[in-house]
Design a protein around this ligand. Structure first.
Ligand SMILES: *Cc1c(COP(=O)(O)O)cnc(C)c1O
Length: 389
């Protein structure tokens, strides 16, 4: 169990903004109470097969608002819809107050695009050196091996790809490029979500990359340990353990996601010697609150996940309802640094639109510097001087 922190170390989280109640008559809802008592609840393939993927399906588990229902009916939302039983069960524990609900249930605002939004905001397609392989930074590549996820995030930065049936990956061309490009020492496997693939398929990719002499490390970016924690089986971690050093980046959004099952999955990875890092997208009405972010980072440290990045929400089409001001992110960072161990403080980044890569954005700590005298500001806002030499 995740221990409950004492009130003095963790102030109470702000009250939620409830999802407005629907006018529709409220019929009784299905729950997963019976399934949770069955062995199939622990079977990731059962969880995947039993994902809720339709309007009729989700209406059995949640009372939708008129806006949510309309979003299903409207043509034009290009992100597919799917929620695992595990994640839907977490949402059902606070049905109208769930921050997580907003991240996976479509709303009409998704159909509106603003002038600054783009189809491919991070400019990944322009840096593709083989179908599926993005080479932007000098020494590392992003390998988009599939287009399927277990749960579809409504703010997805790769909405142009996920579930499109259009994403092409040329594994042979990618391996050939990597073999003849010795400056690449690090491959980040992403998608889609690579962990929807079977162990033997993933092992085929990982072992092939591992066999290239100049590739020092392989890592996977995934949300599955959070939305489908049953996927992190003993067999799976035993497979990863064969290819050290292997790292994992996990997409966490909110402290409510850290259930006992998620804790067990992350501990299993840590016990196998696989370092894990969190990536969090800053989202309006979900986690754009310093206390929520602080609670998330502290909980991540308890399950041995090192906070890595907070991303400004990319200007991808149909996500303006999720985007905060950059100042909101800076205020959150100000609230983290110095108020908790640096182990728990991620880097806040903007993935520069147009393909500039991740650019860190920091609250100002240098007040001035001249003639070797640096005036600096600490986390309490007090100024100090450091003199060079
Ligand atoms: C994020 C990203 C990487 C990995 O970057 P790190 O900062 O090393 O985690 C590599 N390639 C692309 C295109 C990326 O967007």
């Amino acid at each position: 169990m995740v221990a409950v922190s004492s009130p003095c170390s963790n102030p109470p989280l702000p009250a939620c903004t409830p999802v407005p109640s629907s006018n529709a008559s409220k019929k009784p809802l299905l729950t997963y109470a019976a399934d949770k008592a069955e062995p199939h609840w622990q079977d990731w393939k059962w969880q995947f097969r039993n994902r809720v993927t339709t309007l009729a399906g989700i209406e059995q588990y949640l009372h939708l608002t008129d806006d949510e229902r309309a979003a299903f009916a409207a043509a034009g939302t290009n992100i597919p819809f799917a929620i695992t039983p595990h994640y839907l069960d977490v949402i059902q524990s606070t049905p109208e107050c769930s921050a997580l609900r907003k991240t996976v249930v479509p709303r009409m605002a998704e159909l509106t695009s603003t002038a600054s939004e783009m189809v491919d905001p991070c400019g990944e397609d322009a840096d593709m050196v083989a179908p599926g392989l993005v080479h932007r930074y000098p020494d590392r590549v992003l390998f988009l091996v599939n287009e399927t996820c277990s749960v579809y995030c409504r703010y997805c930065t790769r909405s142009r790809v996920v579930g499109s049936g259009q994403h092409s990956v040329d594994f042979d061309a990618a391996y050939e490029y990597l073999e003849k490009t010795p400056q690449v020492r690090d491959v980040l496997i992403s998608g889609g979500d690579p962990l929807v693939m079977a162990d033997h398929k993933l092992e085929g990719i990982i072992s092939r990359l591992h066999s290239i002499p100049h590739i020092d490390l392989v890592r996977i970016g995934s949300k599955i340990p959070v939305v489908l924690p049953q996927r992190i089986t003993d067999d799976f971690v035993a497979m990863l353990k064969k290819y050290p050093p292997f790292y994992m980046s996990i997409h966490f959004l909110h402290p409510d996601e850290i259930t006992p099952e998620v804790e067990a999955a992350c501990n299993k990875l840590a016990d196998a010697g696989i370092p894990t890092f969190s990536q969090t997208v800053l989202l309006k009405g979900v986690n754009d609150d310093p206390e929520v972010m602080k609670a998330l980072m502290l909980k991540l440290l308890k399950i041995r996940v090192r906070p890595y990045y907070i991303y400004q929400c990319d200007p991808v089409q149909g996500t303006s309802h999720f985007r905060t001001q950059v100042q909101t992110g800076l205020d959150i960072m100000q609230h983290l640094r110095g108020h908790m161990t640096g182990y728990g403080v991620p880097t806040y980044v903007i993935d520069a639109p147009g393909g500039g890569g991740k650019v860190p954005i920091h609250p100002e700590t240098v007040v001035s510097h001249a003639d070797g005298t640096w005036t600096i500001k600490n986390f309490e806002g007090n100024e100090y001087q450091y003199i060079d030499g």
